[in-house]
Design a binder for this molecule. Structure first.
Ligand SMILES: [Zn+2]
Length: 203
C-alpha cells in the first residue's frame, strides 16, 4: 500500500508546502524542496524571510493615481513634476520596472492589474479601467500609450481601451512591433523594449 503523505509529512511542513505551492510558477515538487530547504536554514534566516513578507504587506500599498505599488501616496513617479504629460498603460507593476530600466520613457504610468480574459472571468470591472478613463478626462494627457502584453488578452485589452479612449479626444498609441509576440513585456530585453516604446505607432 502506498504511504499516506500526511502520515510522513508533519502538519506544519504540509502547511508550508501548501502555502509555497500557491505562488506563481511553483509546482508541488518545488514547493516541497523549498519547504525542506527552509527547515534546514537557521531561525535567523527563516525569520528574515518571514519579516520581509510581512513588511512588504504592511508598508506597500497602491498609488491612488496610477495604481503602481508604492510606499508613499501618490507615488514618486506621479509626484514628479518633470514627468511628461503622457500616460503609459501597463498590466503589472513589473512592467513599470521594465520600462523605467530602458531609460527611453519619461512619462507617467497607469497599472491595470491584469488584462481582459473572459475565460478567467476577468472583465473590465476587475481592472483599473474606469480609473484610467477618469484620469484621462481630468489630466488631459497629450498621449496614451497602451503597453499591454502582446498575447491574446493583452491585445484584446488594447483594442477595448482604444475604443474607449478615442472619443475622449486623446492620441492613442501602441509600442512598435519587434517585441516578442505572445510575450510578457517584463521579459523583453531593455534594448528591444526601449526601441519599441520610442518608435510607438499611433492607433
Ligand atoms: Zn502613482
Amino acid at each position: 500500500m502506498p504511504a499516506n503523505p500526511s502520515a510522513v509529512t508533519a502538519q506544519p511542513v504540509a502547511r508550508l508546502i501548501d502555502e509555497l505551492g500557491r505562488l506563481p510558477g511553483i509546482g508541488p515538487k518545488t514547493a516541497s524542496r523549498l519547504a525542506y530547504h527552509l527547515l534546514r536554514t537557521s531561525t535567523e534566516e527563516a525569520t528574515a524571510l518571514a519579516e520581509a513578507i510581512l513588511d512588504v504587506k504592511a508598508r506597500i500599498s497602491l498609488c491612488t493615481v496610477c495604481f503602481n505599488t508604492t510606499e508613499s501616496d501618490p507615488c514618486g513617479l506621479c509626484g514628479d513634476p518633470t514627468r511628461e504629460s503622457v500616460i503609459c498603460v501597463v498590466e503589472a507593476p513589473l512592467d513599470v520596472v521594465a520600462l523605467e530600466r530602458t531609460g527611453q520613457y519619461r512619462g507617467r504610468y497607469h497599472v491595470l492589474h491584469g488584462s481582459l480574459s473572459p475565460v478567467e472571468g476577468i472583465g473590465p470591472d476587475k481592472l483599473r479601467i474606469a480609473e484610467l478613463l477618469a484620469r484621462v478626462e481630468q489630466e488631459r494627457p497629450t498621449e496614451v500609450i497602451i503597453a499591454t502584453n502582446l498575447d491574446l488578452p493583452g491585445e484584446a485589452t488594447a483594442t477595448y481601451l482604444h475604443r474607449l479612449l478615442v472619443p475622449l479626444g486623446v492620441s492613442v498609441s501602441r509600442p512598435a512591433s519587434g517585441l516578442p509576440a505572445g510575450g510578457d513585456l517584463e521579459y523583453a530585453d531593455e534594448v528591444t523594449l526601449g526601441r519599441a516604446i520610442a518608435a510607438r505607432r499611433r492607433l
